[in-house]
Design a protein around this ligand. Structure first.
Ligand SMILES: Cc1cc2nc3c(=O)[nH]c(=O)nc-3n(C[C@H](O)[C@H](O)[C@H](O)COP(=O)(O)O)c2cc1C
Length: 319
């Protein structure tokens, strides 16, 4: 696969990658695939206001809806919703280890039941949208490549062709979700092996990528790299990766990004209070002079000011 076909994506992150955050990231990185936060089938089908979770701005494309759940019929109905809202694809979360998600018997614990996952994937495919799965290497302390291989093999029989692998196990007991993103060891080589074993599948790697160099090193071996926390804390990293991939000639100016955000915020008017946008902007000056001043400025965002007025102040001071 040529470099221009390789996938760069930003991981789904609950509470972080909401639509405002995604719009900001899109201004920085035109080519990456964006994901919604995980939305449960219950929230989408039974919640009072599913529209609030499903709506997005056209600039966010390509955008994938990530869902969590364990009921095939609910998945089928969600896949229709995703088509109605013109998402570019649907992704099933088989990686989240939180106790709340375990109680609902979905997320990472589904790694133990590949048959059931295959059924869920087949249901998601009902709408005809592209489907993918985001999963772990395994569960708890069992490090077993053969079991992972069997998992992928079984799920692929459902018609799923795209596997995004968070390259560590999920420990269902004893670690909280944040610890579950640090403590079980990363095994990037296992994901590369999957690509060798399943050359016809799209295999995307996730977990621990923080620099353009480490991302670029993966591309000869896998089809895509997904970046999570580092993209949130240092969003310009995405543009740096695009540049290293040969997709752009220079990095975007921070002032231009703020101008782009201003246009977005103006389209919302008073309906977008400053803190709902400013909370995602901490990383704009990551690692450069002025970072402290920027963060202090973000601290001045208040609910009774619109994001547009806030950005007007930001542009006066920073552009
Ligand atoms: C705040 C936060 C929320 C997350 N929420 C989700 C989620 O909704 N769905 C999901 O599949 N993974 C979720 N994750 C996991 C990330 O998608 C990703 O797999 C993980 O952070 C490892 O990648 P990284 O090392 O690049 O951050 C979340 C991670 C963080 C930090």
């Amino acid at each position: 696969m040529a470099m221009n076909e390789k996938i760069l994506s930003v991981a789904p992150m609950l509470d972080w990658t909401d639509r405002h955050c995604r719009h900001f990231l899109r201004l920085i990185c035109p080519s990456c695939v964006l994901f919604t936060e995980m939305l449960t089938t219950n929230a989408l089908l039974l919640g009072r206001d599913p529209q609030r979770f499903l709506e997005y701005s056209a600039a966010e494309h390509p955008l994938i809806l990530q869902v969590g759940g364990d009921d095939p019929e609910a998945m089928r109905r969600v896949s229709w919703l995703a088509r109605e809202y013109q998402y570019d694809g649907i992704n099933l979360n088989v990686g989240c280890p939180s106790p709340r998600v375990q109680k609902g018997s979905f997320g990472a614990c589904l790694m133990a039941t590949p048959e059931h996952v295959a059924e869920l994937m087949a249901a998601l495919a009902d709408s005809g949208l592209a489907i993918s799965i985001k999963h772990r290497l395994g569960l708890d302390r069992e490090e077993n490549y053969a079991a992972l291989q069997q998992f992928v093999d079984r799920v692929a029989q459902s018609g799923c062709r795209h596997f995004i692998v968070h390259a560590r196990n999920a420990w269902l007991k004893g670690l909280n979700p944040a610890e579950n993103r640090e403590i079980p060891p990363l095994r990037w080589d296992w994901v590369q092996h999957l690509k060798q074993d399943f050359p016809h599948l799209q295999i995307e790697i996730n977990g621990g990528f923080k620099t353009p160099a480490t991302v670029l090193e993966q591309y000869p071996y896998v089809d895509g790299v997904m970046i999570g926390r580092a993209a949130y804390h240092n969003p310009l990293l995405l543009a740096e990766v695009e540049m290293a991939m040969g997709r752009r000639a220079q990095l975007p100016e921070r002032g231009q990004i703020l101008e782009g955000l201003m246009t977005y915020a103006e389209s919302w008017g008073e309906a977008l209070p400053a803190p709902r946008l400013s909370r995602h902007l901490h990383g704009l000056y990551y690692g450069v002079a002025g970072a402290g001043e920027w963060r202090r400025f973000l601290g001045t965002a208040v609910l009774n000011e619109s994001a547009a007025d806030f950005l007007r102040r930001a542009l006066q001071q920073f552009a």
